[in-house]
Design a protein around this ligand. Structure first.
Ligand code: UDP
Length: 326
């Protein structure tokens, strides 16, 4: 297939590009390089340095590359930041998606895969959280992803676009050649590893009074290569199927304190930690029930345990202490 990947220079998108190319697909990347890294893009992919807000440029890419499918990773992705900048998140994440989806349907794209999020489930009735759980976005970030899911719903109804919404829990780990390198970094595992590298004095634990076994937030960490594999499977499934919603996680929850402890074991560093206030927008517990994608598409994560995920991240960060600038 001919797949256009937005955000293909970013953390998850760059690994998905590698998986697509390994699977024999033709790939082009659109990225603003606002957060992404040109060095993270596989040499076999065409690269367009384009902002999704630039409707004409996006349409131009469609006309030149002629994709039949799109994987849409590019967006603002931070829960905490979205609580401070709600209009940026709601406006730009939706506005950019509208530009992309309109250009896609104008130019004959048949399949669309969206990076969605577990932040859709702020008040789950059941944990682990299944794909059928009621949707209550936990932040402007989560709401913006839900709005894009609704955009895809109506584009399916009116234009016949087939789509998959993949709701990731906590993307983590690194492939041997692609890593996690955000500026500023806000995610737990890379920040903990920065302490182990001596780049940061300590890690702050955001909230110690949640209703969880040790009081810190519990998350389901899923390896970035397993996420990439789910995208490729969903792309293939959309040749037969019309609409897919899946939750992607390992099905086990680990607290912030357990992540820090695992990183201490993996790195051999003491990693000082200090309790801090809760971060607005964070639910106490997010654990995925991924039965649906496992049964329907045969998705089987290769990194089912936290230790191997943290080890893969440590391998990359240790080899690239300055990230892609190393
Ligand atoms: N977290 C923390 N200290 C940090 C960064 C994150 O305690 O310096 C917590 C955060 O509050 C959340 C969990 O770690 O409960 C995972 O956060 P992250 O930002 O990695 O992913 P998110 O859950 O927001 O997608």
């Amino acid at each position: 297939m001919r797949v256009l990947v937005t955000g293909g220079a970013g953390y998850i998108g760059s690994v998905a590009v590698d998986s697509l190319i390994a699977g024999g697909h033709d790939v082009a990347v659109i990225d603003s390089l606002y957060m992404g890294h040109r060095e993270a893009v596989n040499d076999a992919a065409a690269f367009y340095h384009v902002e999704l807000s630039d409707k004409e440029a996006v349409a131009g890419v469609m006309k030149e590359f002629r994709p039949d499918s799109i994987m849409h990773f590019a967006s603002h992705t931070m829960v905490g930041e979205s609580m401070e900048k709600p209009f940026m998140y709601l406006g730009e994440n939706l506005g950019n998606a509208i530009n992309l989806v309109e250009a896609a349907t104008d130019n004959g794209v048949e399949r669309f895969i969206l990076s969605s999020t577990a932040n859709l489930f702020d008040e789950p009735e059941r944990i682990p959280i299944s794909a059928e759980e009621k949707i209550v976005p936990g932040s402007p970030y989560g709401e913006s992803k839900y709005m894009v899911e609704r955009l895809l719903h109506w584009t399916h109804v009116t234009k016949g676009l087939r789509f998959a919404a993949l709701r990731y829990f906590n993307a983590a780990g690194c492939s041997p050649i692609r890593g996690e390198d955000h500026t500023p970094e806000t995610h737990l595992i890379p920040l903990v590893l920065q302490v182990a590298l001596g780049q940061r004095e300590k890690i702050m634990i955001f909230g110690g009074d949640y209703d969880t076994p040790d009081g810190s937030c519990v998350r389901d960490y899923i390896h970035v290569e397993d996420l990439a594999q789910a995208h490729v499977l969903a792309l293939e499934a959309l040749q037969e199927r019309e609409v897919l919603f899946y939750n992607l996680g390992n099905g086990s929850g680990f607290s912030v304190k357990e992540v820090i402890e695992t990183a201490r074991e993996v790195t051999g560093h003491a990693i000082p930690a200090e309790l801090a206030d809760r971060r607005p927008g964070d639910p106490a517990t997010l654990i995925a029930d991924s039965t649906k994608i496992r049964e329907e598409l045969g998705w089987t994560p290769k990194y089912p345990d936290l230790r191997s995920i943290v080890q893969s991240a440590w391998d990359w960060h240790n080899a690239h202490p300055e990230g892609y600038r190393s």
